[in-house]
Design a protein around this ligand. Structure first.
Ligand code: CA
Length: 466
């Protein structure tokens, strides 16, 4: 093990439902995020970072444990996390780190569902509130005045300021924003008022090139957003198309206003690290628990294995080891985060963790046997209110194969209503927006066969036997 003095601090900032295509460092067409861009410019941007189950609680449990959903017990939003499991926080704390978790937790409240392995924790119960939220500090309820993104940042900076400076630390700073219902703060409430945000290229997807599961899902911009989401009555007399555009503008502007507040607050953390003189000794990460549809395919929400939802933003700065302005297209998964932090902290990675340290990738030395395919699974078959069919699948650099198996299989929150199983195959090189399912195209028959082999190999390798 490395000496303690070599152990870097780790600041892990995670937002909720922030898609990479709403960050200017990822080429956003719709907003600017100067502070997030600073992390990318001074460190590395990962272009192929994927979650293994695109929904809040499961992704969070995977990040904490380095295990897939079927191994850590949180397959759906209805499964509460058993925090007696070994987590990244516990391992770091046992090895001399001070640890804190501040903000969104969303893995259950009370008893062994609370964060257990932190020197300090203060969480938003359940999904949390944007304005004047209740927080549970060591489980004690407190009402805090202000806006959640500011509060979570204030508490994070206060904690770093008051820490024992003779030890390294790991801070998990977890924002509620920009999760539904997208309530901005006063400061950003009038951004974008006089402009129209561009609509995504797949805005009018009619799902004719997708599985029935895509048609059945209830997350359409023009049909499924409610009054609480858009905070206004739609004008009367609009055509169907104009009404869809109206809903999109209402939704996306509030979403981006919430993102603007995150960006400001990430800037405050960066400034704090500079003022404190610890920026060089601190790994800082910005990510989100999964991606999100920003009107893509006519949708909001996530869950599907399609790119916008599968892809996590992941930018990381560590001046001692990561080259500024670097970019990688190598695969990284949320299951890899915990092993990565342990590696940098010089702590042995437990053999049962299912991910692999990203350290060589981050430092520009990707091993020859690095992963070129990934396994994904969404379990909440047809759960209210979005009704996305359960599926598993494989993504390689070129292809994506998805199997909607059409059963609840007893998963929490899943609805026991069978559907006819169906497959999708997308050729991401020819069809990056996933508009044309080529599973039944005879020209892809051999590709399908070899991808299925790889899918079942990975499924077995990660121990998913259902
Ligand atoms: Ca989320």
């Amino acid at each position: 093990m490395q000496k303690k003095s070599k152990q870097p601090n780790i600041v892990f900032i995670m937002s909720d439902d922030h898609a990479a295509h709403a960050m200017s460092c990822y080429g956003s067409r719709i907003n600017k995020t100067p502070n997030l861009d600073r992390i990318a410019n001074e460190g590395m941007r990962l272009d192929h970072c994927f979650c293994t189950n695109a929904i809040c609680a499961p992704s969070r449990a995977t990040i904490l444990t380095g295990l897939y959903s079927h191994k850590n017990g949180v397959k759906t939003l209805g499964d509460q996390f058993d925090s007696r499991q070994t987590t990244i926080q516990k391992l770091l704390r046992e090895n001399g780190y001070q640890t804190a978790l501040i903000g969104k937790w969303h893995l259950g409240d009370g008893g062994h569902h609370d964060p257990a392995d932190c020197d300090y924790w203060s969480i938003l119960p359940g999904p949390g509130e944007y304005h004047d939220p209740v927080m549970y500090e060591y489980g004690i309820e407190k009402k805090v005045s202000g806006y959640a993104t500011d509060i979570v940042t204030d508490l994070s900076i206060d904690w770093m300021r008051d820490r024992d400076k003779s030890k390294p630390f790991m801070l998990m700073c977890h924002h509620k924003a920009p999760h539904r219902p997208w309530d901005p703060d006063e400061k950003h409430a009038h951004m974008y008022e006089d402009i129209d945000i561009p609509e995504p290229v797949t805005f009018h997807d009619d799902y004719s090139g997708k599985a029935e599961a895509a048609k059945e899902a209830k997350m359409r911009i023009d049909r499924d957003l409610n009054h609480r989401d858009v905070k206004a009555e739609p004008p009367s007399g609009l055509s169907q198309k104009a009404l869809k555009s109206w809903y999109y503008q209402r939704y996306i502007k509030d979403y981006l206003r919430c993102v603007a507040s995150i960006d400001d607050n990430v800037g405050r953390i960066l400034d704090y690290l500079d003022e404190e003189g610890i920026a060089d000794d601190t790994i800082i990460v910005y990510t989100s628990d999964q991606g999100f549809f920003l009107g893509d395919h006519g949708w909001y929400d996530k869950r599907f294995m399609y790119e916008e939802s599968l892809k996590m933003p992941f930018i990381i700065r560590y001046p001692r080891a990561i080259k500024p302005g670097s970019v990688t297209k190598d695969f990284a998964l949320n299951v890899d985060f915990a092993p990565t932090f342990l590696d940098y902290a010089g702590i042995e990675i437990p053999h049962y963790m299912q991910g692999r340290s990203l350290r060589p990738v981050l430092e520009g030395n990707t091993p020859d046997d690095w992963q070129t395919s990934m396994y994904y699974r969404y379990w909440e078959h047809l759960s209210v209110e979005h009704q996305v069919g359960a599926h598993y699948g494989l993504r390689t650099h070129r292809y994506k194969l998805i199997y909607y198996y059409g059963e609840a299989l007893g998963a929490t929150d899943a609805v026991d209503e069978p559907r006819k199983p169906e497959w999708e195959l997308f050729d991401l090189e020819k069809d990056p927006y996933e508009m044309n399912n080529v599973y039944h195209d005879p020209r892809y028959a051999e590709t399908v066969e070899s991808l299925k082999e790889e899918l079942y190999r990975l499924k077995q390798k990660v121990g998913d036997e259902e």
